[in-house]
Design a protein around this ligand. Structure first.
Ligand code: NOJ
Ligand code: MG
Length: 530
């Protein structure tokens, strides 16, 4: 593990970062909604799990139309989640436990309740207040352009005086105009504010979004395509990797922002980092965000999008390493987050889905660079089929299509019935938990050496022995449709995506994702030391 006390360590280069979805991690006050003191009280779970850092989703003042990704005040904590002093306590306690803290920054849009947007509405057409956002006129019966919101429907909403404003997400999330110098100035202050409070890094929301083509011209849309952004498709699990015309995403000007943020982070210290959420279309465009004078890492969604196929995993590994190598950045890997269907369910659900999820996780954790875990995957949780009356995702409200609520169900900690220790007493969480989660609680799994939690703890403990020394080079030794064999330093990894057992190569078996008797069963991965 990187030494937490060594300020010169680029600790993120080989770390395991655990994503905390604040509403759903732990509730301290019994209102059924997770909060900062809840996270603080559960930090020992993360230390015991063996992760290096946690990334906390937005907890700032927000009307919660997109659960905090609609920020009304970037420098305060929403009362739902606690206070600034609770945030300070969380950071201090995490550091005591050897855990770094990454917070989420949402620079593409504000909440419509942000004072800037309220002032823009009040000030009217042509005002400097409106010039912080993207207000436009359109002829009667028309929209300013054909762009769609990621959450469905048009990306434009009309205000009382007839003007329209752009929102690539919900209508309560107006996009900022990053060509207005007030906007970058505000965010530099926000970054400094949180650095001064001791955070170790930032996850940049919609990092590829800030700049749009200046003309706001129409998007060219193929015959069978929807005129939308393509970030999340209708089942909210995938993006299309076909190259599209995207005048709203990934514009060259955005890189100047990250160059200036790089300088700002550098001034705060060599151990401060930033990771981009950038749904770019190619590995090369992802790598542009992590050039030496820009951000440190970018989520590698290609790994999460790969099918259950040895060949597909091999392709992503090879192309990812090839893309980041020239810019000297560390690669990242992720299988689940709060926006996609949990990987147990993507891989088929039930026993097979869980076996595959564990195998993919073990493969990921062997790779150079950082792995990002999503809360609950260490318990093997599946996507939950949330009843319509409990769904809150704005995309569900805009389109009537099942949204992302199913991966956001609160964590089961203990006990045999809901709320499974999520909060004090009987208070039920904001999304109901399934009736059959008693065997999945942290408490139950901690007592079972065969549990998914025990498997994650073992994997992270063993990973620490090689993560910083096994090197950045990966040799893919075999990758037909069924079996992936790769070597990294002294470590050999075998992943069986097929249907029949395969021979294991020579070596000491360090860990397997499921039972191994001589041969490696289907849907299983193993680590061996040569
Ligand atoms: C990406 C976040 O991960 C997602 O949850 C959010 O809805 C959008 N950005 C908009 O901020
Ligand atoms: Mg609470």
């Amino acid at each position: 593990m990187a030494d937490l006390n060594d300020p010169t360590t680029q600790w993120w280069r080989n770390s395991v970062v655990y994503q905390v979805y604040v509403r759903s991690f732990a509730d301290s006050d019994g209102d059924g909604i997770g909060d900062l003191p809840g996270i603080t009280s559960r930090l020992p779970h993360l230390a015991e799990l063996g992760v290096d850092a946690l990334w906390i989703t937005p907890f700032y003042t927000s009307p919660q139309h997109d659960h905090g990704y609609d920020v009304a005040d970037y420098r305060d904590v929403d009362p739902l989640f606690g206070t600034l002093s609770d945030a300070d306590d969380l950071v201090a306690r995490a550091h005591e436990l050897g855990l770094r803290v990454v917070v989420d920054i949402v620079p593409n849009h504000t909440s419509s309740e942000h004072e800037w947007f309220q002032a823009a509405l009040a000030a009217g057409k042509g005002s400097p207040e409106r010039a912080r956002y993207l207000f436009r006129d359109a002829p009667d019966g028309e929209l300013p352009n054909n762009w769609g919101s990621v959450f469905g429907g048009p990306a434009w909403t009309q205000v009382d005086d007839g003007q329209w404003y752009l929102h690539l997400f919900d209508s309560t999330q107006p996009d900022l105009d990053w060509r207005n110098p007030e906007v970058p100035a505000m965010f530099e202050d926000v970054l400094r504010f949180w650095l001064d409070r001791g955070v170790d890094g930032f996850r940049i929301d919609v990092a590829h979004g800030l700049f749009k083509v200046e003309s706001l011209r129409d998007q060219e849309v193929g015959e069978d395509e929807r005129p939308s952004s393509g970030q999340v498709n209708t089942d909210h699990s995938m993006v299309s990797l076909d190259l599209k015309d995207e005048p709203m995403w990934d514009q060259p000007e955005v890189h100047d922002v990250y160059r200036s943020w790089h300088r700002l982070l550098d001034e705060a210290g060599p151990d401060k980092m930033a990771v981009a959420e950038a749904w770019t279309q190619t590995p090369e465009s992802m790598a542009a965000f992590v050039r030496p004078d820009e951000l440190d890492q970018a989520f590698n969604f290609a790994w999460l999008l790969a099918d259950w196929s040895a060949e597909a995993f091999a392709r992503v590994i090879t192309s990812t390493l090839a893309a980041v190598e020239p810019v000297g950045a560390s690669p990242t890997w992720v299988l689940s987050n709060h926006d996609v269907v949990r990987h147990t369910t993507r891989y088929g659900g039930g026993a097979v889905g869980l076996a595959r999820a564990r195998a993919a996780t073990l493969t990921m954790l062997a790779l150079p660079g950082s792995s990002y875990l999503y809360q609950g995957e260490e318990l093997g949780l599946e996507q939950v089929d949330v009843a319509p009356e409990h769904r809150q995702d704005p995309s569900w409200l805009r389109t009537g299509e099942v949204g992302r609520d199913g991966c956001r169900v609160p964590i089961p900690w203990s006990g045999t019935q809901a709320p499974y220790g999520f909060g004090p007493g009987e208070a039920q969480p904001w999304i109901p938990q399934p009736d059959d989660w008693a065997a999945l609680t942290v408490e139950a799994q901690a007592a079972d050496p065969g549990s998914t939690l025990a498997f994650y703890r073992d994997a992270l403990r063993i990973r620490r022995e090689f993560a910083w020394t096994a090197g950045d080079k990966v040799d893919v030794l075999d990758s037909d449709d069924d079996v992936l064999v790769l070597r990294r330093g002294p470590l050999t990894v075998v992943l069986n995506c097929g249907t029949t057992p395969v021979e294991l190569p020579e070596g000491e078996l360090l860990l397997a994702s499921g039972p191994v008797e001589g041969t490696l069963p289907a849907n299983t991965a193993a680590w061996l030391r040569a």
